[in-house]
Design a protein around this ligand. Structure first.
Ligand code: XMP
Length: 521
């Protein structure tokens, strides 16, 4: 099983294999490789050395992972991989494993290093040559630490709790870093990865988004053949780009279905239908299914139960649509990589069941077509622009498939949806009027399942609070709460309380991700 980054080997034939040891960050590494314009694939750690060789890699990168090399059953790599003559870069757990398997030592630390850590470069070698020699801020997340690098390797940097924070053994083609060069909080990370790919491995760096589109179109044609596909449109950028890609591949064998769940933002249904009619030239069916969704959600309060109920009902609605369009065997979804990783994989922990991944029923009648499954949101936006989609679609804020269902805590009812829609519209209008649309990743309102006492016009009130959530992010894997101006928050607060019935209090969520998630459920 190999997760291919769309793009195949178009451009040069350089191919980087990112070995997944169960890291939340494996795709982030693959994405950083793509940013260096080199094609990459994610592969599981249990491939044999021959299977690695068969893929003809130019470079191999070992990801981090949650395990300790000292526990039984910790993921390992076939030692034959070290004899393939392909340069290897180990990151965090990957570096520890590489050290342990190649003659170094990994110690058990008294305490770990988590978060921002100071790196001291002792010898820049090749990877750190662009980095200033003074202390460098890097992102660490480890407990064990390498105490001896692999045989023949030079230690190039250290940190307070990682005596071998980076090492290089050029003659053996072995490189390792204890920190995470792939995350934004490691400023020297991009330069380090580029040195590895270009200088050490000799990659040409000529791979582009156009190659993503070309090879996705070819893969979709091969998968769907002469069959028919339907695509669930949510109005968000992901499903729109997926639809445009599939349309490019199979033309009018595609029908789009927009399901109005009753859990959309204010005015959204009409906007989606109007935008698609105008811009896409794709056949669109509009299914009004609010009653079915409210019935399925009645009495449900537990977040995973709500997500699963919504995920299942989406499929049932698509199956009904399919019966009207003869011969439909494929369902196109705009699933992105963060949806996949957070829904849990064999090696990565489950955070929440995204409706289009972990929320899918087992007895579904469709084969899935998911051309964006290995991409991050900004890459999807780039593909969308390349395909000529209008800015109003490409730059829409992300909106979760389960919609307001995961922003109403507890049971979802039509009344609560109406309250939340009104408050959410105010938040979005004010962000727009403040010119912050592109700066803010997502801004929305949440309705919790509590009420509080207030006083309005000399009368006691007992009403709902609204929580405003606004975050900045690059890819939704991590996010920070947006430092919105106080005046803007004040305007939102007074408008919500004055304009939305039943609301008497407004709070602002100042939690980053992690430890929170962007959505509340
Ligand atoms: P979280 O809440 O996990 O969200 O930090 C990360 C990003 O994913 C969106 N999201 C979803 N998108 N189906 C989707 O299509 C889902 O079930 C889902 N849940 C969360 C969320 O809005 C944010 O952009």
């Amino acid at each position: 099983m190999t997760e291919e980054t769309p793009g195949g080997a178009a451009g040069s034939t350089d191919r980087v294999l990112v070995v997944d040891f169960g890291a939340q960050y494996a795709q982030l590494i693959a994405r950083r490789v793509r940013e260096c314009r080199v094609y990459s694939e994610i592969v599981p750690h249990n491939l044999s050395a021959q299977e690695f060789a068969d893929r003809k890699p130019t470079a191999i990168i070992f990801s981090g992972g949650p395990a300790s090399v000292h526990v039984d059953g910790a993921p390992k790599i076939d030692p034959g991989v070290y004899d393939l003559g392909v340069p290897i870069l180990g990151i965090c757990y990957g570096a520890q494993l590489l050290a342990q398997q190649c003659g170094g030592t990994v110690g058990r630390n008294e305490r770990g290093e988590y978060g921002r850590t100071e790196l001291t470069i002792t010898d820049p070698g090749t990877l750190l040559v662009d980095v200033e020699l003074g202390p460098q801020s890097v992102w660490m997340s480890h407990f064990d630490a390498i105490t001896e690098p692999p045989t023949g390797a030079q230690t190039t940097a250290s940190s307070p709790d990682a005596p071998v924070a980076a090492f290089e053994a050029p003659e053996r083609g072995l490189y390792g870093v204890q920190f995470h060069p792939e995350v934004l909080h490691t400023p020297c990370g991009p330069a380090l990865l580029k040195r590895f790919l270009i200088d050490v491995c000799g990659c040409a760096g000529d791979w582009t988004m156009t190659s993503v589109i070309e090879s996705s179109v070819a893969a979709i044609k091969a998968q769907v053949g002469t069959g028919r596909a339907i695509c669930g449109l949510s109005g968000g950028v992901d499903s729109a780009v997926a639809a445009a890609l599939v349309h490019e591949a199979i033309g009018d064998q595609l029908t789009c279905v927009f399901v109005d769940t009753g859990l959309m933002r204010s005015g959204e249904g009409e906007q989606v239908v109007e935008t698609f009619d105008r811009h896409q030239g794709i056949e669109l069916i509009h299914v009004k299914a609010a009653d079915r969704f409210f019935t399925a959600l009645a009495g449900l309060t537990e977040p995973e139960a709500k997500r699963k109920a919504i995920g299942e009902l989406f499929i049932r609605v698509f199956e009904d649509a399919e019966r009207e369009i003869e011969g439909t065997a494929f369902l196109v979804q705009g699933t992105l990589y963060p949806d996949v990783i957070e829904s849990g994989t064999k090696d990565a922990a489950k955070i929440k069941s995204h409706h289009n991944v972990g929320g899918l029923p087992d007895d579904m009648e469709f084969a899935l077509v998911e051309p964006l499954r290995n991409l991050f949101k900004d890459e999807v936006r780039a593909v969308g622009s390349e395909l000529g989609l209008p800015d109003e679609i490409v730059w829409r804020q992300p909106f979760p498939g389960p919609g307001l269902g995961v922003r109403i805590i507890g049971e979802v009812t039509p009344d609560k949806v109406a309250t939340l829609q009104a408050a959410d519209l105010i938040v979005r209008q004010e962000i727009h009027d403040a010119g912050l649309d592109r700066e803010i990743w997502q801004a929305f309102a949440v309705l919790p399942d509590i009420r509080s006492v207030g006083v309005m016009g000399d009368e006691r009130t007992y009403g709902w609070p609204i929580i405003i959530r606004a975050v900045t992010s690059e890819d939704a894997m991590t996010a920070d709460w947006a430092r919105l101006p106080y005046d803007l928050l004040e305007t939102m607060s007074s408008r919500i309380i004055n304009e939305v019935d039943g609301v008497n209090r407004v709070a602002y969520d100042i939690t980053s991700k992690p430890p929170g998630t962007i959505e509340w459920e």
